[in-house]
Design a protein around this ligand. Sequence first.
Ligand code: CA
Ligand code: CA
Length: 213
Amino acid sequence: MADSEGILGTVVTGLTKWIKQPKSLQAIVGFICIVGGLAGLFYYQASAIDTKPLGGGGARSTGPVVTEGEMTLGDQGTANEGTAVPLTYENDNDGTYQCTVTLEWTDEANANRRYTNQPDTFDIEVTAPNGETKSGTGTNPQGGSGNIVVNFTLGKDGKETDYTGVWSLNLTLSDAGDQEARFWSFFDRADSANTYTLTIQWLYGTPPSADKK
Ligand SMILES: [Ca+2]
Ligand SMILES: [Ca+2]
């Protein structure tokens, strides 16, 4: 059984012989290159990680604390010319600060190639829970679609009033342009109604502007 000095001597002698071979030098150089490359890669990744503490650094903006929500209602119906359609919708989300009402419709196509369906005009009046009222009107292009958008947004701090509660709407097809005969008006056909789609979107919570005070 060999003692420890004998084993060490054998290893040193073997290594000395191996190092003297040309292939050994290439292997050592290659190993150093690989280790160096890996070290460089780790250094690059470490420097790319942002280690600034939260809230520090001055230039970083944390932004407003937003606790917002959105509720949207959709409704459809048919309006007859000259007859107001009263509608009410309840929004029970506290802190509602914005409401957008969108009315959309598409006039019927021409009855046939001898007729032109003249455009339709809708009017809408919207009353917020706080009594604020806004209105809008719109006319579709011939044979196409029309829309009216009415928007309510509270004041700068968003805390003066609240749009939570019952919203009242009145929409009217004020003028439904008829199907006019191309050559003789005696053959005109009435267009006395139109379908519509109503969308109401409320935003509630803390408006971004309120946090900037
Ligand atoms: Ca029409
Ligand atoms: Ca129509």
